[in-house]
Design a protein around this ligand. Structure first.
Ligand code: GLU
Length: 261
């Protein structure tokens, strides 16, 4: 039995790619299979996918990120194209139609544009599509307000479509009370609703802040709290755990601000 009706799943770059930037196809295949199946079970599913820059770097054979803004933008254009090609191919195998939606901060900040984005997303869900959203990294520079990271973008998308669950698939199992990569005693927190306490686990030396990008995840949790949606941080290398997330079984760290409250 599903606990949620409309979910947003954010997939981080490190979940989708090998360290050299090439797509981790076995992982992507599994993620797409699970997402397609969850959609089949009746849950409206929206994906926020990172990876444009990582995949573009890999495809063009760059060993490191160039400094020049136009080069970064060009790299994202290449990577986004490759990313969507693979998503389209894999989801098509399960008879699902994907739709690419690329947003900038300006699309969200301006009420009228935000309304258009919202209407389009709802229309895509009506059509039975799986929207795959990313920041439009090819144009989103500082002059055009950028959202900056996909944890925040996925929380904003959850707000736009009234999602009841936001899942952040990451390279870490969830929120820990220390940095699990440095201190073996660090414990996974299964459920937490105190965001000040959650933030305190991410601060200072020896915390998960530098490695897990936990600060933006706490920011996303604040938005989830404001809109009354549950949020889960889970290990992206185990996509089958998404079933646990959607069916209400323990999975990673749950921020219970919606159905679980
Ligand atoms: N939009 C970026 C990309 O596709 C990812 C941003 C993020 O992971 O937070 O490369």
């Amino acid at each position: 039995m599903n606990k949620y009706n409309r979910i947003v799943v954010k997939i981080g770059s490190s979940t989708l790619t090998y360290p050299n930037g090439a797509l981790n196809l076995r992982r992507m295949d599994k993620i797409v299979e699970v997402l397609a199946d969850i959609k089949n079970s009746g849950v409206q599913t929206v994906v926020v996918s990172s990876g444009a820059q990582a995949v573009g770097l890999g495809k063009l054979g760059f060993k490191e990120k160039p400094k020049e803004i136009s080069a970064k933008q060009a790299i994202a254009a290449v990577g986004q194209c490759e990313l969507m090609y693979i998503y389209d191919k894999l989801f098509s195998e399960y008879n699902h139609t994907v739709a690419q939606v690329l947003l900038t901060g300006d699309d969200i900040a301006d009420g009228k544009r935000r309304g258009f984005v919202e209407n389009t997303l709802f229309k895509l869900l009506d059509f039975g599509c799986i929207p795959i959203i990313n920041e439009n990294d090819t144009v989103a520079v500082d002059e055009i307000v950028s959202i900056g990271d996909n944890d925040t973008l996925s929380a904003i998308v959850s707000q736009l479509i009234g999602a009841d669950l936001l899942v952040l698939m990451s390279d870490i199992e969830g929120l820990f009370d220390g940095n699990p990569r440095r201190s073996p005693d660090a414990k996974l927190i299964p459920v937490i609703d105190d965001l000040d306490l959650a933030a305190s686990y991410c601060q200072g030396a020896g915390s998960a802040l530098g490695t897990g990008g936990m600060d933006t995840k706490i920011g996303a949790a604040k938005i989830a709290r404001d809109i009354g949606a549950d949020m889960i941080i889970m290990d992206g290398s185990r996509p089958e755990k998404l079933y646990d997330a959607v069916e209400g079984r323990p999975c990673g760290t749950l921020f219970p601000f919606g159905n679980s409250r």
